[in-house]
Design a protein around this ligand. Sequence first.
Ligand code: PRP
Length: 172
Amino acid sequence: MQFQKKLLIPYDAIQKRVRELARQISIDYRGKDTVLIGMLNGAVFFFSDLALQLTVPAKIDFIRASSYGSQMISSGKVKLTKDVELSVTDKSVLIIEDIVDTGLTVSHVISHLNTRDPESVEVCALIDKSERREINVAVRYCGFRLKEGFVVGYGLDCNEEYRCLKDIYTLE
Ligand code: PRP
């Protein structure tokens, strides 16, 4: 299927928001034993840009949880295909997500990490999209709130395409 892509959030606006989020996170995580957990693959650019802007120490690790097959709609099933390797016990964990949509993926990851007795687990999402939310998720740090639309670019994909675009677009 052919889609038209329409510019939604330009790169400069993303970077401005990333700096604002990093400033707030640096205040809130001062003095904590912090582990940033990036959700592969979609969060890879957001994760890097955000982590580099922090002014507090943090360890980094990655997790991969897949809920979408090759379709534009969620399969509803979450599969962990890569676990974190650092210990998160007694750590202040901040999950870095590209998008929270139904909420199923990040909820699954939160439950998974909570079994390891972290000090805290919070979510930072570049995009919090409410259109198809199925499960209540507390997104403590949110870059942009969207009601609807299918977004690609800056890590976000459709069938593995579009991830390496610098800006964020909607597909129509
Ligand atoms: C996408 C996205 C989130 C999740 C959000 O991941 O990166 O992790 O879906 O959807 P949900 O809130 O409806 O669960 P995906 O499984 O497509 O993998 P990707 O990060 O490699 O694109």
